[in-house]
Design a protein around this ligand. Structure first.
Ligand code: PLP
Length: 706
C-alpha cells in the first residue's frame, strides 16, 4: 500500500479544518514567512530512517544518505546525528556533508565526472570509499594517491544493464546510461588493482535508478553481482562491501505501492550473508520525499473555454519534477475542504515564462479561491535541491517543524542574493561609463544631501567624492553625500559621507532623505528596512513625511561635567546612532555656539571619535528648541535628526518632557516618539519629519579634476 500521505501515520494531517505539519498549522507559517516555501517534518524524517534501519537490521548496513535528494543542512545534520553516512556526488556535496557532521569514514563518493579538484578534496578528507566509474578516473586516482599514507579504498561502479522499470530519465543501470563500468571492463580493472601500491579494491557498487517500486530488479542485480564477486574471488580479488545504491521508490499517488522494503530485506539478507559481505545503501528519496511539502498560494484564477487555470506563486524553478519527469504530486488545500465541496478540473501553473511551467495538469481538486494556500505533497526529495533562480526568481525558504515548534532552516533569498557572485562594477573595464552619474538632492529639516544610487557599485570611494561634491562653491553643495547600496540584510544599505570625506555611522535626517529617495525610485515600498553602520533602521514613508525607527540609544551618561576654557559645563551624553552631548540652556539663541561647540566636540572625554553638540531650550507643550554643531560638517547645521532624538530623550530624563516631543530646529520641526523605561532605557524610538526633493541632475566626469 501507499506510504501514508494523509492518514494517522502521516505528519501532515488536517486538524480543526486546517492542514498541520506535526503540531503546527501550516497556514500560520505561510502567513508569517510568505510563500512559496518548503516545509519538512522532523518526525517523518526520523521515522523513515528508523524504519529503514530496523528493516535491514540483520545486515547492519551502512546507510549513506544521498545528499542529491535534498542537501538541506538541517536535515543532513539530523541524519548525521542519527548515525547515517553520506553518499555524495560533488565537491559541494562533500563540503556540505562535512559541515553537517557526517564523519569522513562514512562518506562514499559516486559520479561519472569527478574532477581532479574534487578527488583531491575527498582524498585530503580521507573519505571512506570512492565509487569509481571509469578507467580514466581510476588512473587519475592512482596518480593523486601516490605519496599518501596508506591505501585509498575504492569500489568499482558496475553498470549491470538491468531495467529497473522506472521513468526512462531516472534509470542509471542500463547499458545506454553513462553510469558505471561494464562487467568485463571492471574485471580487468579489479585484477590490475591487485598490484596497486596506492589503491585497494574494497567493494562493488551499483545503482539501478530512482523511484523503483519493484524488488525484482534489485534481486536480479544482487544475484548477478554476487556471482561476479565469487568469480573475482577465484582470481584473488576479495571484496568486502556490496553497495546497492539507492532508488527505493515511494508512492506519490493514493493508488500506487511503494517499494516493499520488508520483502526486499528478507530476500537479500541470506544472499549477502552467504557471501560474508557488508552492505552499503544510498537512499535519498526514501528518507526525505514524504518528509517535505511545498506550500504555494493561488495568485489568480483564469478560465478558458475548455480549461481552468490556478496560477500559483511557485513555479517550475521551485519544483521541477512535474515538468522534468511528468511526475505526479498530490495537491491538498491547506484549508480542509468540506465533503460536499464541488470538484473542478484545473491546471495548476506557475509564474515562470514557459508554457511547460506547471505543477499539475488536468487535476481534479476541490474548488478553491484566489489567495488560498495549497500543499504540494511529497516534495522533500529532488524539490529544493533541483530548484533554480530561473527568471531571476528568489529561492524559497525551508522550514523544519518539530512538534509545536518550527525553525527557519533557510531564509528566503532577497534580491541582492541574485547578484552576489556577479561582477556588478564594470566601469574599470570601461564597459559602462560611470559618468554622467545621476543624483538627487533632498533636504530634511534643513540638512541637505546629495543622494546617489550606488547599487551598481560605480562609486568606490564615497569619501573622496563627498569632498568634491559637498563644497557649496566648487561642488553641488550639501551637508553630506548619501550612497544607496545593496544590503544582504535589508532592503538596501545607507552610507553617509561628511564633507570632510569621513564616513558617519548614521544621520537621522539623512536616513529620512534616503528612504524617500528609495521610495521615489521604486526601490522600496511605503515601508522598508535599511542597513546603516549603526544598525538596521525601519521606516515608513507617507508623502513627504518620513518616520524612521531608530536603533536603541546607548552609552547614556547624565550630568557629565566638562571643563572648557576655564568654565564648567554640565550636559548629558547619549549615542543615538552617533554620539551627542546635550546641554540645556534657557536661551538657546544667545549661546556662543561657534566658540564653545568645537572645544566640546574635541574634548578629551570624547576622544577618539569626538561628539556632536546640542544646545537645547525647553519650551511649553513638550517642545524643544535645538541648535546642533555637527562633527564632520564642523559647524552648526540647520537640523540634526540624531541630535533631535538625543535632545528629546535626555529632556525626558532630566526635564520630564514626554513623547511625542516636537523639536524645533532652524531648518524645520521634527517629532520624536519613544517609550521610556524605569532604568532610563528607551525603546520604540521614532523620528518623524518632512523631506523635500530639491532637484535631480547628473554629475559630470569633470568632477574628478576638482
Ligand atoms: N546513489 C546514487 C549513485 C545515485 O545516483 C542516486 C540518485 O540518482 C542515489 C543514490 C539516490 O537515489 P534515490 O534518491 O532514488 O534513493
Amino acid at each position: 500500500m501507499r506510504e501514508p500521505s494523509l492518514n494517522e501515520e502521516s505528519s501532515f494531517q488536517y486538524k480543526k479544518g486546517k492542514l498541520f505539519c506535526e503540531d503546527v498549522s501550516i497556514s500560520q507559517i505561510a502567513d508569517e514567512i510568505g510563500t512559496p516555501l518548503y516545509l519538512y517534518s522532523h518526525r517523518a524524517l526520523l521515522s523513515n530512517y528508523e524504519r529503514l534501519k530496523g528493516t535491514f537490521r540483520r545486515l547492519s548496513p551502512l546507510i549513506c544518505y544521498s545528499l542529491k535528494a535534498n542537501a538541506n543542512l538541517t536535515l543532513c545534520r539530523i541524519l548525521a546525528h542519527l548515525g547515517a553516512g553520506a553518499d555524495i556526488l560533488s565537491g559541494g556535496e562533500l563540503y556540505k556533508a562535512l559541515l553537517a557532521g557526517f564523519p569522513p569514514k562514512r562518506i562514499v563518493f559516486a559520479g561519472v565526472g569527478k574532477t581532479r579538484q574534487e578527488l583531491e578534496f575527498a582524498l585530503r578528507k580521507d573519505i571512506f570509499m570512492f565509487n569509481v566509474e571509469s578507467q580514466g578516473e581510476l588512473e587519475l586516482l592512482e596518480e593523486l594517491s601516490r605519496g599518501l599514507d596508506g591505501k585509498i579504498r575504492v569500489s568499482l561502479r558496475i553498470n549491470p544493464d538491468i531495467d529497473p522499470k522506472t521513468h526512462p530519465y531516472i534509470t542509471t543501470g542500463m547499458r545506454e546510461n553513462k553510469f558505471g563500468l561494464e562487467m568485463d571492463e571492471a574485471e580487468k580493472l579489479y585484477l590490475k588493482l591487485k598490484d596497486s601500491r596506492n589503491i585497494v579494491s574494497k567493494g562493488i557498487h551499483f545503482h539501478l535508478g530512482s523511484q523503483i517500486t519493484r524488488i525484482e530488479p534489485y534481486l536480479r542485480c544482487i544475484e548477478k553481482m554476487s556471482k561476479f564477486i565469487s568469480h573475482l574471488r577465484k582470481q584473488g580479488v576479495d571484496l568486502e562491501y556490496m553497495d546497492m545504491g539507492g532508488g527505493f521508490g515511494i508512492a506519490y499517488r493514493q493508488k500506487e505501492s511503494p517499494l516493499d522494503i520488508e520483502e526486499l530485506a528478507s530476500q537479500i539478507t541470506p544472499l549477502i550473508q552467504e557471501r560474508g559481505l557488508k552492505l552499503i545503501m544510498e537512499p535519498g528519496r526514501y528518507l526525505v520525499a514524504n518528509t517535505g511539502i511545498m506550500v504555494t498560494q493561488i495568485l489568480y484564477r483564469k478560465r478558458r473555454k475548455e480549461k481552468k487555470f490556478l496560477i500559483v506563486d511557485a513555479g517550475m524553478n521551485d519544483l521541477i519534477r512535474p515538468v522534468l519527469y511528468g511526475a505526479y504530486h498530490e495537491i491538498k488545500k491547506i484549508q480542509q475542504p468540506k465533503k460536499t465541496s464541488p470538484m473542478e478540473v484545473v491546471d495548476v501553473v506557475g509564474p515562470v515564462c514557459e508554457s511547460t511551467d506547471f505543477l499539475a495538469k488536468d487535476r481534479s481538486l476541490p474548488q478553491s479561491r484566489q489567495g488560498e494556500y495549497l500543499a504540494i505533497m511529497d516534495a522533500g526529495a529532488y524539490g529544493f535541491s533541483m530548484a533554480s533562480s530561473y527568471n531571476a526568481r528568489l529561492l524559497p525558504p525551508e522550514v523544519l517543524v518539530k512538534g509545536e515548534k518550527w525553525i527557519l532552516s533557510r531564509r528566503r533569498e532577497v534580491y541582492s542574493d541574485l547578484t552576489k557572485t556577479e561582477a556588478t562594477s564594470l566601469e574599470e573595464e570601461n564597459l559602462i561609463p560611470s559618468y554622467p552619474l545621476p543624483f538627487v538632492k533632498l533636504q530634511g529639516s534643513g540638512n541637505d544631501f546629495i543622494v546617489v544610487d550606488n547599487r551598481a557599485n560605480l562609486i568606490k570611494d564615497g569619501g573622496s567624492l563627498a569632498m568634491k561634491l559637498c563644497p557649496r562653491k566648487t561642488g553641488i553643495g550639501a551637508d553630506g553625500l548619501l550612497l544607496l547600496e545593496e544590503s544582504p540584510r535589508a532592503d538596501f544599505k545607507m552610507r553617509i559621507f561628511n564633507p570632510d570625506g569621513s564616513e558617519a555611522e548614521m544621520c537621522g535626517n539623512g536616513a529620512r532623505c534616503i528612504a524617500r529617495f528609495a521610495y521615489l525610485k521604486g526601490i522600496v515600498g511605503r515601508r522598508c528596512r535599511f542597513e546603516t553602520l549603526a544598525g538596521i533602521i525601519s521606516c515608513q514613508i507617507q508623502g513627504k513625511k518620513v518616520k524612521i525607527g531608530m536603533e536603541k540609544p546607548q552609552d547614556l551618561r547624565l550630568n557629565l561635567r566638562l571643563s572648557v576654557k576655564g568654565e564648567i559645563y554640565e550636559g548629558h551624553y547619549l549615542n543615538t546612532g552617533v554620539p551627542h552631548f546635550v546641554l540645556f540652556t534657557s536661551r538657546v539663541d544667545q549661546v556662543p555656539l561657534k566658540e564653545l561647540a568645537p572645544s566640546i566636540r574635541n574634548h578629551p572625554k570624547f576622544r577618539p571619535q569626538g561628539t556632536n553638540v546640542d544646545f537645547v531650550q525647553v519650551e511649553k507643550g513638550n517642545t524643544l528648541k535645538v541648535r546642533t554643531y555637527e562633527r564632520g560638517v564642523e559647524e552648526e547645521t540647520l537640523a540634526c535628526g540624531t541630535g533631535a532624538v538625543a535632545s528629546a530623550l535626555t529632556g525626558n530624563l532630566t526635564c520630564g518632557i514626554s513623547s511625542p516631543v516636537r523639536v524645533k530646529m532652524k531648518g524645520g520641526d521634527l517629532l520624536v516618539y519613544f517609550e521610556g523605561a524605569k532604568d532610563n532605557s528607551f525603546s520604540e524610538v521614532f523620528l518623524e519629519g518632512e523631506t523635500r526633493l530639491i532637484f535631480e541632475g547628473k554629475i559630470s566626469e569633470e568632477v574628478e579634476n576638482v
